[in-house]
Design a protein around this ligand. Structure first.
Ligand SMILES: Nc1nc2c(c(=O)[nH]1)N[C@H]1C(S)=C(S)[C@@H](COP(=O)(O)O)O[C@H]1N2
Ligand SMILES: [Mo]
Length: 246
């Protein structure tokens, strides 16, 4: 059964609506409350069904395939890469009380989570990788989402042949999932350029296209309809599902 159906049915068996408790804490309290309620949802109500499987070191595929649009080659990205990304700043803004501009050193100091998980591409291939990074929730909490923030949008450096930037989005519930991380390392090394350096999203509970590479900016919004083609992501604008739960 799909995770979405499982979640909905297990919550309704308890007399809860799927978004009830989360929505309440989103509107009534600080973002920390959302994190707590999500932790409870994952570990209490849903149990391990809410977590993607985690593997052992021996399971890691050392040659993790590269997929998607070309690695950015524009002057901005090229000069950041040349400088070892010392000048890179992750922007977190939009509906935020405290917009952030975070260096890689600040990101590394903010949190540390390692997970060995499987990446499933919608095209039918999978690879197991060891990802190390910072829980996305930690970074969003630093920016203090305003009460009307509902989604975070990942704006990426890369563009397709028609000049369209890659982007993705998650709701704040998915963003608060403990396995949703901003990854800096793959298989014990800083991300290489092709795998999304210096910062990418890794969300093992959803299909590969949600795991945005080359993240430049995270924007907190109430609604993603005005962004890109309006469907919440580069592939979603071309017909893929916005919720890509595995
Ligand atoms: N910015 C950006 N992120 C992206 C893509 C892309 O084209 N651009 N492709 C997605 C798809 S479809 C997949 S399967 C994975 C591939 O990640 P990998 O190259 O590290 O294997 O990145 C996802 N994230
Ligand atoms: Mo993919």
């Amino acid at each position: 059964m799909k995770r979405r159906l499982f979640v909905a049915s297990s919550l309704s068996a308890l007399g809860l609506t799927a978004c009830g408790p989360v929505k309440d804490s989103l509107t009534n309290g600080p973002f920390r409350k959302v994190l707590l309620s999500t932790e409870k949802l994952n570990h209490g109500v849903i149990g391990t069904h809410g977590l993607a499987r985690e593997y052992r070191d021996a399971d890691v595929d050392r040659n993790f395939r590269v997929n998607g649009l070309d690695t950015p080659s524009d002057a901005t990205y090229a000069s950041l890469a040349k400088g070892g990304f010392r000048e890179y700043r992750l922007i977190v803004d939009g509906l935020a009380e405290r917009p952030q501009k975070l260096s890689l050193a600040e990101l590394r100091a903010a949190g540390d989570r390692t997970q060995i998980t499987r990446h499933d591409c919608v095209e039918g291939w999978s690879a197991i990788g060891k990802w190390r990074g910072i829980p996305l929730a930690t970074v969003l909490a630093m920016a203090q989402p305003k009460a009307n923030a509902r989604y975070c949008v990942f704006h990426c450096f890369d563009i397709d042949q028609s000049g369209q930037h890659y982007y993705e989005s998650l709701d704040l519930h998915e963003a608060a999932h403990p396995q949703t991380v901003l990854a800096l390392d793959l298989n014990d090394k800083p991300l290489d350029d092709d795998h999304g350096a210096p910062v990418r999203l890794k969300i093992p509970t959803q299909l590969g296209y949600k795991s945005a590479k080359w993240v430049q900016r995270i924007e907190l919004v109430a609604n993603f309809a005005p962004i890109g083609g309006g469907s919440g992501g580069y592939w979603e604008d071309q017909g893929y599902e916005w919720y890509a739960g595995i």
